[in-house]
Design a protein around this ligand. Sequence first.
Ligand code: PEP
Length: 251
Amino acid sequence: MRHPLVMGNWKLNGNKAMVSDLIKGLDNALAGVEGVDVAIAPPVMYLDLAQQLLGKAQNKIVLGAQNVDVNASGAFTGDISPEMLKDFGATHIIIGHSERREYHKESDEFVAQKFAFLKEQGLTPVLCIGESEAQNEAGETVEVCARQLDAVIKTQGVEALLGAVIAYEPIWAIGTGKAATAEQAQEIHAAIRAHIASFSQNVAEQVVIQYGGSVKAGNAAELFAMPDIDGALVGGAALDAEGFAAIAKAA
Ligand code: PEP
């Protein structure tokens, strides 16, 4: 039985006051919400503050991060290692987000290296995959997602996906307010699961596949009602405690 995960990706937003208000507000708003794992990924600068606040929270909120490097230490200016993230209690690490693939030219292979390093360090990769609008219009969605997944499967084996999270995020839906319909998303989630099943039925049945792209309180329930959608990776709507808690409730 898969457990849904609703994770907030705060991106490059916030300051100390906002992190504090948002975590406290979220903790209050989450009272009584069950049957879903809830995680937040604040900017790495605020992990220390977030860890302290989450230590005092009434509800279990998992701490995550938005990126990691492939190196453990050394002359890699500006980079953050898995050990550093662990030091602040972060367990769920987003990798391969389309913004990093686009603005930082991260390749499938580089993202797969991050995936391997996180697993080796006992952390949970939240592996983002998804197609651009042009790829979607060209009918290449499943092929693109399969290629991004294969960078991990073919180098680390399909079993590497066990315990990891996949976030299917069509790029055209991210931050645009134009979410995939529940039916569109289900079709691609089922195809992603079928692709994984072509390597291992067991892994396909167990792996959590979140949907991401303009998820809000208003469209979350219909997305989560789909059999292959296991929660969501949420950007903009994660910056509002009530709205984010409503999404978690819908899962
Ligand atoms: C994201 O960036 O991972 C995301 C899903 O953003 P939004 O919810 O704002 O579309």
